[in-house]
Design a protein around this ligand. Structure first.
Ligand code: GLN
Length: 533
């Protein structure tokens, strides 16, 4: 069977959850036995989201092949349990960059290079490339932004052309919002009608309309939407606010979204296997059914925006659910932690020290780590969190009071964290990081080996600085062990403290690979230990 392409566009407002709808549909198709992937097209001009401020755009997600991507790719992986790659995340910037490179090379043979056909051809080429691998029955393409925006026009135009070229091999889902006007006590479909008109004006007739709503939408209102927007009645689907995003696939199943998609793309839903969502439902029951809480502090510098540490939050909530606990995650701004108030941390069962860049808030992280180390509170340091664990140990246990990372103090005498020689030569901020999955050998009889239950793992990185080898022997002699090592470069990837209930730091980001059906072993074990406290 040829690959089917499902486009997901959004109207009325941003933040309606297109990514969750795309991931939920993907999950349902996958649970019927199809091979599915999801691609995100972002209309902004950054070449990738790597240099975007987390306050503005939430976390930067990293794929195994080292691409810095939109956080929606994290949802796709957590829902589908399939790895995404660079090609799953496209931005306008990337499209223009490659068109301009082609133009410079002379590939266009002197022709005037234009949005149509050159930019749209490039977009279409990226969309089709996933299907052309032969690895997927369905490619779901989420188009960022809101229909009607100037930025997303070339993407919508590409969808228009592809629909024309592909016929039944594709379908288009449009997600809108149905507001409830409290004063009038009414749900309103007018914004939806206008948004569909915008889409039609750009040449695309949606096949399916998903209505995001806070209240149940009555049948006659769905009929009205169907009539005004030229879609079949059963193709008007409501997406009621859900207590957790992980309930959305089951809600979409109940609404029949997957069945309509199958029908629109030329399948007979009755002749393909029924969705098997049993293990998903089990997870959800544990997530929603847990009665007791596990209380965790997340110490970081971007805590004001929920999405800034999205994958860490999700990985912790997977781990809590599988430990039959509800996650109570309290974010603490590291800048606000001082000698006098650091004991507030004793109220928590576990402390996560967040990743980060730059020196702001580092001293607060160091105080939090010292408190966790001395008071034997389970403590999980991720990337910069691990680096801070090593700095704190060097200062307060080894006695090097000026120990630091050269990221925060270039002239420190005790550069416990530093750049590797080859990195010192690179200056391009967008391109000097260790990115993507690297192997890591786990030390025999280490804690992490027992947790992972294997000798070698692969985890994703996103950083420039490393633990300085010159200090390894001294750290280990004092109980801080380098228990995970890159077999090729010898770089330290994990540190763990002996004689502490749980004090582990990872140079990599384990949170990126925790999924609903495969929660991450380090997070599971961290929560397990936190519960014991
Ligand atoms: N700033 C640190 C580095 O570049 C840590 C990065 C991170 O936490 N992701 O090495």
């Amino acid at each position: 069977m040829e690959t089917r392409y499902i486009f997901v566009t959004g109207g009325v407002s941003s933040s309606l959850g297109k990514g969750i709808i795309a991931a939920s549909l993907g999950k349902l198709l996958q649970s019927r036995g199809f091979r599915v992937t999801i691609q995100k097209l972002d209309p902004y001009i950054n070449v990738d989201p790597g240099t975007l401020n987390p306050y503005e755009h939430g976390e930067c997600y990293v794929t195994v092949d080292g691409h810095e991507a939109d956080l929606d790719l994290g949802h796709y992986e957590r829902f589908l349990d399939v790895e995404t790659h660079k090609v799953n995340s496209i931005t306008t910037g990337r499209i223009y960059q490659s068109v301009i490179e082609k133009e410079r090379r002379g590939d266009y043979l002197g022709k005037t290079v234009q949005i149509i056909p050159h930019i749209t051809d490039e977009i279409k080429h990226h969309i089709l490339s996933l299907g052309q691998t032969g690895n997927f029955d369905f490619v779901i393409i989420e188009i960022g932004g809101t229909v009607g925006d100037m930025e997303s026009l070339p993407f919508i135009e590409s969808v228009r052309q592809l629909r024309w070229e592909m016929g039944r091999n594709c379908c288009c889902i449009h997600l809108t919002y149905v507001p409830y006007l409290a004063a009038a006590k009414e749900l309103k479909t007018k914004p939806t009608q206008h948004s569909v008109k915008d889409l039609l004006q750009e040449g695309v007739q949606p096949d399916i309309i998903v209505l995001r709503t806070e209240r149940e939408i009555p049948l006659e209102m769905r009929r009205k939407v169907a009539l005004f927007c030229n879609v079949e009645e059963d193709a008007v689907i409501q997406s009621l606010d859900a207590p957790t995003i992980y309930r959305v696939p089951l809600n979409m199943l109940a609404e029949g979204l997957d069945a309509v998609v199958l029908r629109k793309t030329g399948y007979d839903p009755a002749s393909v296997s029924k969705p098997d969502m049993d293990s998903w439902a089990n997870f959800l029951n544990q997530l929603e059914g847990a009665e007791e809480y596990v209380k965790i502090a997340l110490v970081g510098k971007y805590v004001q925006l929920q999405d800034a540490y999205k994958s860490i939050r999700e990985a912790l909530s997977h781990a809590a659910a599988y430990n039959n606990r509800k996650l109570q995650l309290v974010s603490i701004l590291s800048d606000d932690i001082h000698e006098k108030n650091v004991d507030q941390l004793s109220a928590y069962q576990g402390i996560v020290i967040a990743p980060g860049f730059g020196s702001r808030g580092v001293e607060g992280k160091l105080l939090a780590i010292r408190f966790a180390r001395e008071n034997k509170i389970p403590c999980f340091g991720i990337c910069m969190g691990m680096q801070c664990m090593a700095i704190e140990f060097a200062r307060n246990v080894l006695g090097y009071s000026d120990a630091n990372s050269t990221e925060f103090d270039e002239h420190t005498e005790h550069n416990i964290i530093d750049l590797m020689e080859d990195q010192k030569r690179t200056i391009n901020k967008g391109g000097s990081m260790r990115l993507g999955a690297y192997p890591c050998r786990l030390l025999p009889n280490s804690r992490v080996q027992a947790i992972y239950r294997c000798d070698e793992i692969k985890e994703r990185h996103r950083h420039r600085y490393e633990l300085n080898h010159a200090y390894q022997t001294e750290l280990e002699r004092n109980g801080l062990h380098c228990s995970g090592v890159n077999p090729d470069s010898g770089l330290t990837e994990i540190i763990e403290l002996e004689g502490h209930p749980w004090f582990i730091g990872t140079q990599f980001h384990p949170e990126y690979s925790s999924t609903v059906l495969h929660p991450h072993p380090l997070f599971l074990d961290f929560i397990r230990k936190a519960i014991e406290r």
